[in-house]
Design a binder for this molecule. Structure first.
Ligand code: PLP
Length: 392
C-alpha cells in the first residue's frame, strides 16, 4: 500500500503509511487534513520545529539575495556563520559541508592528515578507534566500520584503518590505542543504536585517555548536539570538550542540509587549499540559516526547554505499562517495548492511527525526539496515546 504511493522511489526506506503535506511547530498535517504530533523531528533535524518563523525568514531573506557562489569566491554569509559557530563551540575553525556523513568523512580525513603531519604516524598506518553499535552515516567508508548487518553487509570491500571497541568501556578503548592511533570517533550518546547512554564518567575518561596518548577525540554530535539533550552538546553533560565536533541535522534548521567540522587551528589547520571541498558546502543560503540556528541556540532557551520537558517526558514514560526500559537525555528517549505489547513497528503504527508520529529502531525500541518547541500538555497527550498504543 505504501509502496504504491511512491511507485518510482527506490525501496531504501520503509515509511509509515502517512503522506505529510504541511508542518508547523511540533505538528504536521497529512494530505487528508489529519493532524499529527511529530515526535521524531526528522531524526533531530527539526529541533526548532517545522518552519520556525525566524529560520524561515532568514532563508527567505537570503533567497531574495544570493543562494550559491561555490567556494571559488567569498560570499558575505559564510564568514559570519563560521565565526558564530566557532564561538558556540569554543573553537577556532569551521569546515562547512552539507550532510552528516560528509562531516564524518571530513573528520576522518582531518584525523588522518593530522596523524601523518603532526603526530608523525608512518604513511598509510593511521588508525581510528570507533565504538560498537555506532551510526555515523551511509558512505562506503562509514558503513565499513558499522556492526549493524543491515547497514554493512554486501557493501564491501571495506576501507581499512578502523578498530571497534565496546561503547561505554573506557578500559577497552585505552587498550586499543597504539602509536599509530590518530583518533577516537564516537557518538557521546548513540542515537540510531536506540538512545544508548554511556556510563557516567565515560566521556571524561575518553577525554583524559586521548589527551594523555596524543590522540584526537572526535565527537559525532550530529544527532545528540544543538540542544537535543538539554545542553548545547551531549559532551557538556560531563563538562567535556572534544578536539573535533561533527555537526549536522539541526544545523540546517530543518530547511536544508548543513553540516560542519569544528576544531582548533592546530587540528583543522592541517587541511590545505585544494585537499578537501564541496560544491555546496558553505553556500550563502546554508550559512544564513546556520547563523540563525546558532543565534537561537545562544539564547539557551531551547536547551532549557529540552532539560525541563525532558524530565517531564521521562517521568511519564517510566509510569507506562508495556515498557521494559527507558533511556533518555533531555527530549530524547529510547523506549524498549515489552514484546507482549508488540514490536516497535507495531506500536509506531498504532501511534500513527492515534495521531502521533514516532519511529522504531532495532525491533523493540521506540525512539521519541520531539521538536524542542513542544509544550508540556502536548507531551502529556502523546504519553496518553502511547499508553493506549501499548495496550494494542
Ligand atoms: C544522522 C547521523 C549521521 C549522518 O547524517 P546524514 O545527514 O544522514 O548523512 C551521522 N552521525 C550521526 C550520529 C547521525 O545521527
Amino acid at each position: 500500500m505504501t509502496a504504491a504511493l511512491e511507485p518510482n522511489v527506490a525501496h531504501n526506506y520503509h515509511p509509515l503509511p502517512v503522506t505529510v503535506s504541511h508542518g508547523e511547530g511540533a505538528w504536521v498535517t497529512d494530505v487528508d487534513g489529519k493532524r499529527y504530533l511529530d515526535m521524531l523531528s526528522g531524526y533531530s533535524a527539526l529541533n526548532f520545529g517545522h518552519r520556525h518563523p525566524e529560520l524561515v525568514k532568514a532563508a527567505q531573506d537570503q533567497l531574495g539575495r544570493l543562494t550559491l557562489t561555490s567556494r571559488a569566491f567569498f560570499n558575505d554569509q559564510l564568514g559570519p556563520f563560521a565565526t558564530a559557530l566557532a564561538e558556540l563551540c569554543g573553537k577556532d575553525l569551521v569546515l562547512p559541508m552539507n550532510t552528516g556523513a560528509e562531516a564524518v568523512e571530513t573528520g576522518i580525513k582531518v584525523a588522518r592528515a593530522w596523524g601523518y603531519r603532526v603526530k608523525g604516524i608512518p604513511a598509510e598506518q593511521a588508525k581510528i578507534i570507533v565504538a560498537l553499535g555506532n551510526f555515523h552515516g551511509r558512505t562506503t567508508t562509514i558503513v565499513g566500520f558499522s556492526d549493524d548487518p543491515t547497514a554493512h553487509d554486501d557493501f564491501g570491500p571495506y576501507a581499512p584503518g578502523f578498530v571497534a571497541v565496546p561503547f561505554g568501556d573506557a578500559d577497552a578503548l585505552e587498550a586499543a590505542i597504539d602509536e599509530n592511533t590518530a583518533a577516537v570517533l564516537i557518538e557521546p550518546i548513540q542515537g540510531e543504536g536506540g538512545v544508548v547512554l554511556p556510563p557516567d564518567g565515560y566521556l571524561r575518561r575518553v577525554r583524559e585517555v586521548t589527551k594523555a596518548r596524543n590522540v584526537l577525540f572526535i565527537a559525532d554530535e550530529i544527532q545528540s548536539g544543538l540542544g537535543r539533550v538539554g545542553e548545547t552538546f551531549a559532551c557538556d553533560r560531563e563538562g567535556v570538550v572534544p578536539d573535533v565536533y561533527l555537526l549536522g541535522k539541526a544545523l540546517g534548521g530543518g530547511i536544508l542540509p548543513v553540516s560542519a567540522v569544528v576544531a582548533d587551528e592546530d587540528v583543522l589547520g592541517v587541511i590545505r587549499p585544494g585537499e578537501h571541498g564541496s560544491t555546496f558546502g558553505g553556500n550563502p543560503l546554508a550559512a544564513a540559516v546556520g547563523l540563525k540556528v546558532v543565534e537561537l541556540l545562544k539564547t539557551g532557551r531551547f536547551q532549557e526547554r529540552s532539560r525541563q520537558l525532558g524530565d517531564h517526558l521521562r517521568a511519564g514514560l517510566e509510569k507506562l505499562e508495556g515498557v521494559t526500559a527507558v533511556r533518555s537525555a533531555g527530549l530524547w528517549a529510547g523506549i524498549d517495548i515489552d514484546p507482549a505489547a508488540g514490536t516497535g513497528r507495531e506500536v509506531a503504527e498504532r501511534l500513527l492511527a492515534r495521531g502521533v508520529l514516532a519511529k522504531d529502531t532495532h525491533g523493540q525500541t521506540l525512539r521519541m525526539a520531539p521538536p524542542l518547541v513542544i509544550r508540556a500538555t502536548e507531551i502529556d497527550w502523546a504519553l496518553e496515546q502511547l499508553a493506549f498504543a501499548l495496550k494494542g
